[in-house]
Design a protein around this ligand. Structure first.
Ligand code: DX5
Ligand code: ZN
Length: 228
């Protein structure tokens, strides 16, 4: 089992998308108390935005003691995702919409000893995935349309989180449920209550005066509403 984030715990993953890339070393230091660094890889095709590739992941891995959670918003995941495992990411999440053979890809990534996540855009239903969810360590339910930080949380994703958590618990599987997009002090409790246990927050943490304090507040709020 490659589960990096135990399903008994809850984890805060700051997204560096909203960090100042000119001062990335210091920006990583600001989030040293987090559980992992969420790195958003965008290719200007799967989403209308462009960030960085495997060499940046490699540099972040070298610079920080935290695990790196690579979120690939890229087309042709089957061919391109393994490079992110090779770059040293601890978990690699690809989008279901961008993979032709998601199970083959998940197995290929697991062989490279990374935790494997599968991501769903807001309009992609979770049900078709439920029969094969045990192939993954993490299910990412996007709570905004992927592509940009600072968008508002889609409340309509809460029933989807709840259904996914119910299916995972009923099947007795160790699969984490990650939420990404618009997660903040205002929304994290509802996500936790619905069954999410890995929380990505970009602007909420990087726009805070004190990022460590914001991480602590988010962790505490999520912990109080932990799904059991
Ligand atoms: C959006 C990215 C997110 C983004 C979240 O497509 O996947 O990780 O950085 O940013 P906030 O928390 O500001 O919505
Ligand atoms: Zn992300």
């Amino acid at each position: 089992m490659n589960a990096l984030y135990s399903t008994d715990g809850h984890y805060i993953h700051p997204s560096i998308l909203n960090a100042d890339f000119m001062r990335i070393g210091e920006e990583l230091d600001r989030i040293a108390t987090a559980d992992a660094i969420h790195a958003d890889v965008m290719d200007d095709h799967f989403v209308p935005n462009l960030t960085f590739g495997p060499s940046m992941i490699e540099q972040i891995v070298r610079r920080s003691d935290l695990p790196v959670d690579a979120h690939l918003m890229i087309e042709d995941a089957d061919r391109r995702a393994p490079a992110y495992a090779e770059a040293g990411a601890s978990s690699v999440t690809f989008h279901l919409e961008a993979a032709k053979a998601p199970i083959r890809l998940a197995r290929e990534l697991r062989r490279r000893n990374v935790a494997v996540g599968v991501g769903l855009r807001p309009a992609t239903p979770v049900e078709p995935l439920l029969d094969v969810i045990g192939e993954f360590d993490m299910l990412l339910i996007m709570t905004v349309e992927p592509g940009f930080g600072g968008q508002s949380f889609l409340e309509t994703m809460l029933p989807k989180i709840r259904r996914a958590r119910r299916a995972v618990s009923e099947a007795n599987l160790e699969v984490s449920i990650q939420v990404d997009g618009g997660v903040s002090r205002e929304t994290i409790e509802r996500c936790a209550d619905a069954g999410a246990n890995v929380f990505v927050a970009g602007s909420a943490i990087y726009r805070a005066q004190d990022a460590a304090d914001e991480i602590a507040v988010l962790r505490d709020l999520a912990g109080q509403h932990r799904h059991s």
